[in-house]
Write a protein of this length. Structure first.
Length: 138
């Protein structure tokens, strides 16, 4: 089962970064390639909430304010040849800054793995973390 983990140090306190990232529906306000999603099944900060991007659906499966972490699962393949895709964000204090880690685990056919890893890491995670870094630059 492949795992992808990327990270970035942001020039803002963890509490400030977490205030944005804990909102499951806010991703469209900071990620350069994702539009604002529709939220179904409750408020965006409750486990079980579903964010919808057109035909793609993601369910919030964990939200931990103490650990400053979220986990969400694809309810479909998200346009990728994957199964059991689960991703998450974690915000940790780092001196007067914060460390944001974005990770995912999933299953896929062995032949698809390099392509999927590159699409997720280079097409979603890295641009998202770069946008967060720019947003919190001082």
């Amino acid at each position: 089962m492949p795992t992808i983990t990327t990270s970035a140090v942001l020039d803002a306190p963890a509490e400030e970064v977490w205030a944005l990232l804990r909102d499951f529906g806010a991703i469209g306000s900071w990620h350069p390639y994702l539009p604002p999603p529709a939220i179904e099944n409750g408020p965006a900060d409750r486990v079980g909430a579903v964010r919808v991007f057109g035909d793609h659906r993601e369910r919030l499966v964990a939200l931990d304010d103490v650990e400053r972490s979220t986990r969400f699962a694809f309810e479909d393949g998200g346009g990728l040849p994957v199964r059991d895709y689960v991703s998450g964000l974690r915000v940790s204090p780092a001196a007067e800054a914060s460390l944001v880690e974005w990770s995912a685990t999933f299953d896929c056919d062995e032949a698809d793995e390099p392509k999927v890893v590159a699409q997720v890491r280079d097409g979603v995670f890295l641009p998202g973390l770069a946008a967060l870094k720019a947003r919190f630059a001082r």
